[in-house]
Write a protein that binds this ligand. Structure first.
Ligand SMILES: [Zn+2]
Length: 86
């Protein structure tokens, strides 16, 4: 309940699709946080071995690294939703 997913138009469908992917990414991120050993990076899908408990992304340094990409995408979605939901 409450999780409407009606398709209104092609544009809405695309936006919905993007949100879905980001939702999936957030879900993968939360799963990855709980796992140990080898995990799949929630952003790029690359498999790597966790070094620390909080280690979730395959890269967190340099330009266009997965950690920054993840937070940029999720922040944008959260901002947009916060606006829609008020
Ligand atoms: Zn990655």
């Amino acid at each position: 309940m409450g999780q409407g997913s009606e398709t209104l138009s092609g544009m809405a469908e695309m936006a919905e699709d993007r949100c879905f992917l980001i939702d999936q990414m957030i879900q993968d991120y939360q799963d990855a946080k709980k796992l140990t050993g080898s995990i799949v990076c929630p952003v790029c899908g690359r498999k790597f071995r966790k070094k620390t408990k909080g280690h979730v992304f395959c890269s967190n340094k340099g330009p266009a690294n997965c950690k920054d990409t993840f937070w940029n995408l999720t922040d944008e979605t959260r901002r947009k939703r916060a606006k829609e939901w008020t």
